[in-house]
Design a protein around this ligand. Structure first.
Ligand code: AGP
Length: 606
């Protein structure tokens, strides 16, 4: 969960590294640092605890400059948030940065007697010591021999004193992508960072070593043979990475949702029917599986919960939705007729990646829904369906979530068609409703000031509840996570019918409660549950549909009316309303909405 960058070329490397580290800060922002080959051929390191902004200030007073270097922005795993524990780390002839976790670093420290020269508490510095131990003038050989001793995950970017203008890198599980253009050679943790100069890039294959300087980029396999990389092309326009005038990426990404949902579905509808020909997801795959299991984390898991409702109500097929971090320890029942769907924005979440690998070993057919082309989870899957959300920078996921939902609606419709559960006309009707969702989201966005007004009611709250039933409850689980992770208010989504079995004891005078009522068949019962909490003094903020006649709500409540869609499709406008709700609470509290405390955009540690 750190951001790493390496660059060699004709640009001023200091500015290049700092600007790119700011793009990567969403991956972790406890500390930052750079190393570069100075004009005298020496490798210089400047690093500090805190944000990249602090590092930039530190560098203003330094006179180091060059054209080759690397940088790191940290999410602390081993060792506190201190200047000493910031990356890059130096040991002997070696300078390096690292993203991942080395599980056997203590044994390595003992085995190679490194402790006398260690200055930090990190596993990373031990890795530098091991490479230094094996270094005898050949960097490729030293790297290869060292990584065979490491247990755990790593993306290492390494510089050697004897080759100061050359950047080396190697990875295992943690991501590194590479791009080469006339503006320089760049490697980093994500595609958006490397595709600053060219949309063409490649994923550094695991346990392959890359060696790059201003003149060349060479890729070596474990036997030391030079190999050619597989070139991919980013599916978004260069320069699409800025905030576009919004104060935070999150607001921009919320506003992009109608467009990116449209982009995600339009190429997969042919003559009104869902079509996955381009992804080569065959009808046999969708027809022959007798069980479906989703593995995902966080927001992606919440998308899976919506998929579960679709599978049960439209397909009549059982679908499990498992927390990826729990999946392999729950002894899941998997066989060759189980379709395991991994959902992940980054495609690098290690919990999801390991769950997918476990499912593959158990014989499952694997399909992943991913936003980043060529990501690790995509490469591990039998089939991949990409969302076209574009780069999602804010830690709180929004457009990735709704485009994941769009793919799940398409998949449901295709399965219903190939299994003969819905006739062609009914599938077309289903798809037409899906095509209405961008319009519905725009209606919500147009009324966002009303949501902002509702958000002000919870600015000072410590605890809130979000109550609803069925699909509304799934919507609220995601809405509750959004509120928690960016406003730090403890929010609990609760099946409203379950409240009376204990938790309602926590509802007291003026307890803020968000209620979601969008499902026709659940409305009356949900309204009863709302009256129960109102009777105990709760302040209810109700999200419901324009067509619902809502009577008997206590005057303390506010009502936001969502545009009408068929029940199953209300998830999309309702979710965007709750994204905006959480966004305004966090922004009005003065927090850095895009980079919430303790979090990172990509979780590459288990
Ligand atoms: C969502 O807002 C969070 N940032 C987090 O729960 C995220 O959804 C989760 O870590 C999964 O990430 P992924 O989609 O990249 O796998």
């Amino acid at each position: 969960m750190c951001g790493i960058i390496g660059y060699t070329g004709n640009k001023d490397v200091t500015g290049m590294l700092l600007d790119t580290l700011e793009m990567l800060e969403y991956r972790g922002y406890d500390s930052a640092g750079i190393a570069l080959c100075d004009t005298d051929g020496k490798i210089r390191v400047v690093k500090c605890a805190g944000r990249v902004k602090g590092l930039r200030n530190l560098l203003e007073d330094s006179h180091i400059k060059g054209n080759s270097g690397m940088g790191h922005t940290r999410w602390a795993t081993h060792g506190g948030v201190t200047d000493q524990n910031a990356h890059p780390h130096r040991y002997g002839h070696i300078t390096l940065v690292h993203n991942g976790i080395i599980e056997n670093y203590k044994e390595l420290n003992d085995k190679y007697q490194l402790q006398d020269m260690l200055c930090s508490e990190t596993d990373t510095e031990v890795v530098a010591g091991v490479i230094n131990h094996f270094y005898n003038g050949d960097p490729i050989d030293a790297i290869r021999r060292s990584v065979m001793k490491l247990k755990g995950t790593f993306a290492l970017v390494i510089m050697f004193d004897d080759f100061p203008d050359t950047i080396f890198a190697i990875r295992n599980v943690s991501p590194i992508v590479v791009s080469s253009s006339e503006k320089g050679n760049i490697l980093a943790s994500d595609v958006a960072a490397v595709c600053q100069f060219s949309k063409d890039y490649f994923v550094l294959p695991e346990l392959h070593t890359i060696m790059m300087n201003r003149e060349s980029v060479k890729l070596y396999d474990l036997s030391g043979e030079i190999v050619e990389p597989e070139i991919l092309t980013a599916d978004w326009e260069l320069g699409q990475n800025g905030k576009g005038g919004f104060p935070f990426y999150m607001e921009k990404e919320i506003m992009e949702q109608p467009e990116v949902i449209q982009k995600t579905i339009e190429g997969r509808i042919l003559d009104g029917l869902p079509c996955f020909t381009e992804e080569e997801v065959t009808d046999d795959v969708l027809r022959d599986c007798n069980r479906i299991c989703v593995v995902a984390c966080g927001t992606a898991m919440h998308a899976g919960l919506v998929g579960q409702v679709l599978a049960h109500s439209v397909l009549g097929i059982h679908m499990d939705v498992e927390l990826a971090s729990e999946f392999m320890y729950a002894d899941p029942v998997i066989d060759d007729q189980t379709l395991v769907i991994a959902i992940s924005q980054s495609g690098e979440t290690i919990d999801t990646l390991e769950a997918l690998k476990y499912a593959k070993r158990a014989g499952a057919i694997t399909l992943s829904i991913i936003n980043v082309r060529g990501a690790s989870i995509a490469r591990e899957s039998d089939y991949v369906i990409y969302t076209y959300a574009g780069p999602e920078v804010a830690v709180a996921s929004t457009k990735a979530y709704t485009t994941q939902l769009a793919v799940l609606y398409l998949l449901t419709a295709r399965m219903a068609f190939v299994r003969g559960i819905l006739c062609e006309d009914d599938v077309k009707t289903f798809i037409l409703e899906l095509q209405q969702t961008p319009w519905a989201i725009r209606q919500v966005i147009q009324k966002r000031d009303q949501i902002h007004k509702m958000a002000r009611r919870v600015l000072d709250a410590r605890d809130t509840f979000m109550i609803g039933r069925g699909l509304d409850y799934s919507i609220l689980l995601e809405g509750s996570l959004k509120l928690k992770e960016i406003s730090y208010i403890h929010s609990e989504a609760y099946a409203s019918g379950e409240l009376k079995h204990g938790t309602i004891a926590l509802i007291t005078d003026k307890t803020p409660v968000v209620a979601m009522v969008t499902q026709k068949r659940l409305k009356d019962k949900e309204m009863s549950n709302i009256r129960e909490v109102c009777a105990r003094g709760a302040k209810v903020m109700l999200f419901t549909r324009e067509s619902f006649e809502i009577g008997g709500i206590d005057e303390w409540s506010e009502v936001f009316e969502l545009p009408d869609l068929e029940d199953l499709f209300m998830v999309l406008p309702a979710s965007v309303a709750l994204q905006l709700f959480a966004y305004y609470v966090s922004a009005d509290k003065g927090f850095d909405v895009d980079k919430p405390r303790n979090l990172a955009k990509v979780v590459t540690v288990e």
